[in-house]
Design a protein. Structure first.
Length: 316
């Protein structure tokens, strides 16, 4: 038995996920309160003693991103001031991950800013899932556990009905992730090549690999506007058959993505995880949600008891 009690806390971004993790670990949910003042300031309080306890706070920083980031930072500070033994931050969906470099002059590297803030406030460890750029791990000087939902999602596609399918990378940049899917599902791999026509528009120029007579499973780390849903024409022009499946870890799902998903009869399912809370209006029939709470609970339990997690780190 570890010397310091294990406690699970949550912000307001996704309390259902934290509750599921706490239930799996058979740990009571920590008591805390977040209040939004009339002037839009955020106020947090910890409603129980946490002195010398090992805290894991679960807070995916999805929309509204800035509010959830600020809430998380305030909780880290509150736990430190309350003399917690350690504070591990579980951020299934890491904020500003696509702002990981200077694409042109005079830009902020926003992902680095978030990393600096978490460290400065005293976080001992950061846990995130399927981040857009794996190099962000290097922004931290504290332990980072870069988890992946790929094994969880790939297990869905190991069913017999997908034997005539092929894993499709939506672009060259995701080929490594797609390769891991292909390895875990024992399915062939195809790569779509894109050309950007504007800051918000891309066009698929050609498909590399044999997709003729096979059904596509298009993978990605996240889906926001859903532009990839509109790019499956090239797959069917190259000989794809049957219904298309999409598989992504983070269901950001702006209204346009839901519209594309509902309107294209060639799309059978969008398979996602619950790294982000999905409101009722986005839970359309074509959406299939797989929980990553068991994986996060296993990681937390191993970290707490000081055992290895290396076999659970699947890096493309």
């Amino acid at each position: 038995m570890a010397e310091h009690p294990l406690r699970i806390f949550t912000g307001t971004a996704h309390p259902e996920l934290a509750l599921e993790i706490a239930h799996i670990l058979n740990v009571p949910m920590g008591k805390s309160t977040t209040t939004n003042f009339p002037d839009t300031e955020t106020h947090v309080t910890i409603d129980e003693v946490v002195r010398e306890q090992d805290i894991f706070i679960v807070q995916p920083c999805s929309a509204p991103v800035n509010e959830h980031v600020m809430e998380l930072l305030l909780y880290v500070d509150a736990f430190r001031r309350a003399s917690a033994h350690s504070v591990s931050v579980v951020i299934p969906y890491f904020p500003y991950a696509r702002q990981d470099r200077m694409a042109k002059g005079r830009e902020a590297i926003s992902a680095r800013v978030v990393a600096n803030l978490l460290e400065a406030l005293g976080a001992n460890r950061v846990i995130y899932m399927d981040i857009h750029n794996a190099a962000i791990q290097g922004f931290f000087n504290i332990p980072v556990d870069p988890l992946s939902a790929i094994p969880v999602l790939a297990s869905y596609f190991r069913q017999d009905r997908f034997k005539n399918s092929v894993i499709v990378s939506p672009d060259v940049g995701r080929a490594g992730v797609a390769g891991k899917y292909a390895e875990l599902t024992d399915l062939p791999l195809v790569v779509m090549h894109k050309r950007r026509t504007s800051p918000r528009e891309t066009h698929t120029t050609h498909v590399v690999g044999d997709i003729k007579g096979k059904s596509p499973i298009i993978i990605d780390d996240l889906m926001a506007s859903g532009s990839v849903l509109r790019q499956i024409d090239a797959l069917y022009e190259a000989g794809a058959v049957g219904k298309a499946y999409f598989s992504v870890t983070h269901p950001v799902l702006m209204p346009s993505a839901i519209e594309y998903l509902n309107s294209d009869d060639r799309i059978e399912k969008l398979v996602v995880t619950n790294t982000i809370a999905i409101p009722a209006d986005k839970r359309v029939p074509k959406l299939e949600v797989i929980s990553i709470a068991p994986l996060l609970a296993e990681i937390i339990d191993r970290i707490y008891h000081g055992t290895s997690i290396s076999n659970l780190l699947v890096l493309p």
